[in-house]
Design a protein. Structure first.
Length: 90
């Protein structure tokens, strides 16, 4: 059983997704604070330096929390869709 334990202390999101997929999980919903930074870089790409959006670490964490707080509907929808698909086999 010890071989099933994964040390997450130094793993990047893409590697975590790969490991989860290797274990049979289907997910693209693995985000962390670095993903907020990547999106900031993208949004700031066409902005002048004076117009760059800047967020503190706390604000980045809040963005992530706010977005994931609204995902309950989608989780319920996925579960409902899975049940509907299972019932197609009956």
């Amino acid at each position: 059983m010890g071989q099933n334990i994964l040390d997450l202390s130094n793993i990047e999101s893409k590697d975590l997704i790969k490991e989860l997929e290797n274990r049979g999980y289907k997910t693209d919903l693995v985000y962390n604070i670095e993903d907020i930074g990547l999106q900031l870089d993208y949004l700031n790409g066409d902005r002048s330096d004076d117009d760059h959006i800047k967020l503190t670490e706390s604000e980045k964490e809040q963005v992530l929390d706010d977005v994931f707080d609204r995902l309950d509907y989608y989780f319920e929808k996925i579960n409902s869709d899975i049940q509907d698909k299972i019932l197609e086999y009956v």
